[in-house]
Design a protein around this ligand. Structure first.
Ligand SMILES: Cc1cc2nc3c(=O)[nH]c(=O)nc-3n(C[C@H](O)[C@H](O)[C@H](O)COP(=O)(O)OP(=O)(O)OC[C@H]3O[C@@H](n4cnc5c(N)ncnc54)[C@H](O)[C@@H]3O)c2cc1C
Length: 581
C-alpha cells in the first residue's frame, strides 16, 4: 500500500504528473483502510479504469466517488409508494436486505435455525433483478481467477446445487462445458487451462480431440481443433431456483416483506438497532446486506461503505425451445489466452427448458438497473452462433440484459463488517453469483449466527423441512397422472399458454404459492406462461383475468411488475352503464 505511488499513477492516467497531480480534478485519500477517489472525470470508462488501477494497491476496498460529466448519480428509491406500515415497531433476530438468489439462499439456510427472520425486497417479487437476468449456468469454477473468493465459492456452490435442487424440486442438469479450440494455438493452451482448473479445485476436466468433439457435439462448426471439457458445469432455471429458495424459506418460517425498501439503518453505540423502510421501521439484532447492485448504498446506510460498485452489463439472446436439440453441451469459444480476466467470455447455454441462450456480452456502463439493449450489442452476440452449424438468428425469440454488481477488486465480499459488528455483507456478488449462492449462504449464516450470539443463544430448527412442496407441472406428467389431476380440478385441463402448455390450474397455483405471485412477471417466474415463442401475445389477457380473479382486483389494476406497470388503462368500449360491449 503506497498512497504516493497510487497518486502518481492516477496523475499519469489523468494527463499530468505527480507534481501537478494530473490535468483532471481527481483527489485520492485513505479512509478506514480503503482508498477514496473523488473529483470529476470526462467519461465513465476512465472512472472505472481508475478504480481498477487503485484496486491494485492492496487497500481493503476502493470507494470510487468520481463524478462523470453528463451522468447523474443514481439514488436508491422505493418502487412502492408509502402506504401501510406492517413492519412498524416489530423486532427480528435477522433482517436480510435483498431478494435475489443470494438473499433467498441465505433466508433458506437461516431457516435451519431457530431465529426470527425477515427478508426485505424492494420490488413486488423476488428475483426481479440480476437473479432472473442471467444464463442459469452452475459454473464449474474454471473461469474464476485462482485464489479469489469467487473461485472458492463457485467450486463449493457447484457441489451444493445438485442436492439442493433435489430438495427444492427444481430441474438441474450437468451437460458439462466445452471450451472449443478454434486454432492450434488455442489447443496448445490446454496444459495452462488444466493447471488453472487444478488450482481452483474444479471437479474434473478432460482434453477432447477433434474426433471426440465431433462425436459428442456433432453440430459444432468445421475447423475446430478439439476442446477443453469440464463435466461439472450444470444448469438451473435462475428465476425458478430463486423463487424455490424463497418459497422453501417462507414455508419454514422466514417472513418475506415484498415491496419493502430499506432506506436507512439507525445505529446506537456503533451497532445497528433499527431498519427504516417504506413499510415501517423495526428492530433487528443482525442485518445482512444482500442488496445486489445497491449493496454499496446499503453498506453506506450503516456508515460502512468501504467499497463501491461499478456495473457490467450483459446482453443475451434467447433462441426457440427447438434450438436446444442441436446442442448437447454448454459451449464457449475463448481460450485461456484470450479470456478477458473480468468475464468468462460468453457462449451458448441450453436452458433446462431446452431454449438456447446466446451470450452474454460484458460492457462497463452506468445504470444499476439499466436493461435496455442496443443493436450493436445484439450484433456482437451473433459471433457465438458461429459455434454451431444449426443455430441461426431466425431462431431468436427475444433479448434481455442484466447488470453484474462488481467491486473494483473484482471479487465477492462475504464478511462481517469490521466497523458495525451486527452487519454481514454478501456484496459485489457478480458472476458466478448464481453458482456460488448456496456456498455464500452457508458462510453468511455462520457469520450472522456469530453476530447474533452477542444477544441470543441459537439452536437448530428441528422442524425445518428440506423438501419443498412444488406445484404440479402438467406438461411433464405422464398422461394418467394428468388425467387424474384434471379429474380432481378441471382448471388443470384448461390450457392458457399454448406455447409452454401452461394450464389455468398452474397459474392459480402460482398465485397461491407460499410466496404468492401478485404480478404477471411473478406468475411467469413460477409457471412460465408467456415464456414461449409468441411471448405472451395470445395468453396475456387470459392470465390477467386469472390474476384479477385471484387477487380480487379489477382487470385494469393488474400489473406487469408492481407500481407503474399497469397493462390496461381502461375499457375501450364502455356502454351506457359502463359495462363491457
Ligand atoms: C448477463 C448475466 C449473466 C450471468 N450469468 C451467470 C451464470 O450463468 N451463472 C452464475 O453463477 N452467475 C451468472 N451471473 C451473475 C448472477 O446473475 C449474479 O451474481 C446473481 O444473480 C446476484 O444475485 P444477488 O442476489 O446478489 O443480486 P440481485 O439478483 O440483483 O438481488 C438483489 C436484490 O436486492 C434488492 N434490493 C436492493 N436494494 C434494496 C433495498 N435497499 N431494500 C430492499 N431490497 C433491495 C433488489 O431489488 C434485488 O432484487 C450473470 C449475470 C449477468 C448480468
Amino acid at each position: 500500500m503506497s498512497l504516493s505511488k497510487l497518486r502518481a499513477g492516477i496523475a499519469k492516467r489523468t494527463g499530468g504528473d505527480a507534481g501537478n497531480f494530473g490535468a483532471l480534478d481527481v483527489e485520492v485519500r485513505e479512509e478506514f483502510s480503503s482508498v477514496v477517489l473523488e473529483g470529476r472525470v470526462p467519461d465513465w470508462r476512465l472512472k472505472v479504469e481508475l478504480g481498477w488501477f487503485a484496486a491494485g494497491f492492496g487497500y481493503k476496498g476502493v470507494v470510487n466517488d468520481l463524478e462523470v460529466e453528463g451522468i447523474e448519480e443514481e439514488r436508491l428509491a422505493p418502487s412502492f409508494p408509502a402506504g401501510d406500515r406492517p413492519l412498524e415497531g416489530r423486532s427480528f433476530d435477522v433482517a436480510i436486505i435483498g431478494g435475489g438468489v443470494v438473499g433467498c439462499a441465505i433466508a433458506r439456510e437461516l431457516a435451519k435455525w431457530k431465529v426470527s427472520a425477515v427478508l426485505l425486497e424492494k420490488e413486488e417479487d423476488v428475483a426481479a433483478h440480476t437473479s432472473s437476468r442471467n444464463d442459469g449456468m452452475i459454473h464449474d469454477g474454471f473461469a474464476a481467477r485462482p485464489g479469489t473468493r469467487k473461485a472458492a465459492y463457485n467450486v463449493r456452490g457447484n457441489r451444493l446445487w445438485e442436492p439442493l435442487a433435489g430438495e427444492l424440486r427444481i430441474d438441474f442438469s450437468r451437460p458439462g462445458s466445452l471450451v472449443v479450440f478454434g486454432s492450434s494455438a488455442a489447443k496448445a493452451a490446454y496444459p495452462i487451462m488444466a493447471a488453472r482448473a487444478k488450482e481452483n479445485g474444479v471437479d474434473g476436466w478432460e482434453f477432447w480431440s477433434r474426433k471426440r468433439l465431433l462425436a459428442e457435439e456433432p453440430n459444432v462448426t468445421d475447423g475446430q481443433h478439439g476442446a477443453f471439457f469440464l463435466p461439472s458445469a450444470g444448469i438451473v432455471s435462475p428465476y425458478r431456483a430463486t423463487v424455490a429458495l424463497a418459497e422453501s424459506a417462507a414455508a419454514n418460517g422466514v417472513e418475506f416483506s415484498l415491496g419493502t425498501c430499506a432506506l436507512g439503518l439507525e445505529k446506537e453505540g456503533g451497532r445497528i438497532t433499527r431498519v427504516l423502510t417504506n413499510r415501517g421501521d423495526f428492530r433487528a439484532a443482525v442485518v445482512v446486506n444482500a442488496a445486489g447492485n445497491w449493496s454499496d448504498a446499503v453498506a453506506g446506510m450503516a456508515g460502512d461503505r468501504f467499497f463501491s460498485l461499478h456495473q457490467r452489463r450483459g446482453v443475451e439472446m434467447i433462441l426457440d425451445a427447438n434450438a436446444g436439440r442441436h446442442l448437447n453441451h454448454i459451449m464457449a469459444m475463448p481460450s485461456l489466452l484470450t479470456v478477458n480476466r473480468k468475464t468468462k467470455g460468453g457462449g451458448l447455454v441450453k436452458t433446462v427448458e431446452g431454449n438456447v441462450l446466446v451470450g452474454p456480452t460484458a460492457a462497463e456502463a452506468p445504470g444499476r438497473e439499466n436493461y435496455a439493449t442496443t443493436a450493436a450489442e445484439l450484433r456482437e452476440l451473433e459471433k457465438h452462433l458461429r459455434l454451431n452449424k444449426k443455430l441461426s438468428p431466425s431462431m431468436v425469440i427475444t433479448y434481455f440484459a442484466g447488470v453484474r454488481a462488481c467491486t473494483y477488486e473484482e471479487d465477492f465480499i462475504v464478511e462481517r463488517s469490521e466497523r458495525v459488528p451486527n452487519l454481514v455483507h454478501a456484496a459485489g456478488i457478480q458472476s458466478p453469483g448464481l453458482a456460488s449462492a448456496p456456498a455464500v449462504a452457508e458462510d453468511v449464516v455462520r457469520l450472522a449466527l456469530e453476530a447474533l450470539a452477542a444477544t441470543k443463544r441459537v439452536s437448530r430448527n428441528a422442524a425445518f423441512v428440506a423438501a419443498r412442496r412444488a406445484a404440479p407441472e402438467l406438461r411433464r406428467l405422464p398422461f394418467a397422472e394428468r388425467a387424474a389431476l384434471i379429474a380432481k380440478n378441471p382448471a388443470y385441463g384448461r390450457i392458457v399458454c399454448r406455447c409452454e402448455e401452461v394450464s389455468e390450474g398452474e397459474i392459480r397455483d402460482a398465485l397461491r404459492s407460499p410466496l404468492p405471485a401478485a404480478s404477471l412477471d411473478a406468475v411467469k417466474r413460477r409457471a412460465r406462461p408467456g415464456m414461449g415463442r409468441c411471448h405472451g401475445g395470445f395468453c396475456t389477457p387470459r392470465v390477467m383475468e386469472i390474476v384479477a380473479d385471484e387477487l380480487g382486483i379489477p382487470l385494469d389494476e393488474v400489473t406487469k411488475k408492481g407500481p407503474g406497470s399497469r397493462i390496461a388503462c381502461g375499457q375501450t368500449k364502455a356502454g351506457a352503464e359502463g359495462g363491457r360491449q
